[in-house]
Design a protein around this ligand. Structure first.
Ligand code: MG
Ligand code: ZN
Length: 258
């Protein structure tokens, strides 16, 4: 990929970041089983490829099986602390967030879960009070139970009203709806001169479709989001491709006019 072309200068922008395989060069859900149970990692793969189970429900079920095998939530947390965040991603996002002009707010929007995300961010110095990076984290709720189970549930409960996304978001969450709801909670879309979406997966397609012509999607090359953009079209925003974290750092630098 050539060095990024410059961006239009703006005053205020919002970074919306996916986590697995985007902000992190790894996948939190898979990581737990790769560290702690090879048979459950295989089961994760086989059920995932069969498409017979909603993804969050599958992760939740496998966490119960892991607990039944005698693995405690603290062992899962200790494993997540070792998940890899690339130094270039950390450096790039800190510089973007710390820049006074433009002002950049950051919002983490992930199909992982609250325990994994807080653990990895804390372990890498990207969580308060060390560094106040993300204004909000929207993800699936997880909780450590008294018996040591990491209890995971869907962001959108199966017992209440469901989202009405037609773009193919999984039942646990519509990332496009969550982006719109965030903007409503934070002064509305017009408060931001530019939205920046960092993502890789097919579930990032829905929010990217909701971006306008002044916005930009930072799309990881070779993953599901790129494939959907090319197959389904309809994206109005500027698209910039990247493969490695250091290229995202270059893009973040360009987005703050450096
Ligand atoms: Mg992802
Ligand atoms: Zn959606």
């Amino acid at each position: 990929m050539p060095a990024p072309a410059p961006f239009t200068p703006v005053k205020r922008q919002l970074l919306i970041s996916d986590f697995d395989e985007s902000f992190a060069d790894a996948d939190t859900d898979r990581w737990t089983f790769e560290c702690l149970s090879l048979p459950l990692r295989r089961k994760f793969q086989d059920i995932g490829e069969s498409g017979t189970m909603q993804f969050t429900d599958m992760c939740s079920m496998l966490l119960k099986e892991l607990h039944a095998q005698g693995v405690d939530a603290q062992q899962i947390i200790d494993a997540q602390k070792k998940l890899y965040l690339h130094p270039a991603m950390i450096r790039g996002v800190k510089a973007l967030k710390s820049s006074q002009s433009p002002k950049t707010e950051a919002f983490l929007l992930s199909n992982s879960n609250s325990v994994y995300l807080q653990t990895v961010l804390e372990a890498n110095g990207l969580y308060p009070p060390t560094f106040d990076l993300f204004t909000e984290i929207v993800t699936n709720p997880a909780k450590v139970e008294a018996n040591g189970l990491l209890n995971l549930s869907r962001r959108v409960s199966p017992d209440g009203p469901q989202h009405t996304c037609k773009v193919g978001c999984s039942a646990n969450m519509c990332k496009g709806d969550e982006l719109e709801a965030y903007l409503e909670r934070h002064d509305g879309r017009q408060a931001y001169d530019r939205l920046i979406y960092l993502g890789d997966g097919s579930n990032d397609f829905c929010p990217v479709l909701r971006l306008g012509k002044n916005d930009v999607a930072l799309v990881r090359k070779g993953y599901g989001l790129e494939r959907r953009i090319k197959a389904e079209g309809g994206v109005q925003c500027d698209i910039r491709y990247w493969q490695h974290a250091w290229e995202v750092e270059e893009l973040f630098n360009a987005l703050r006019g450096a």
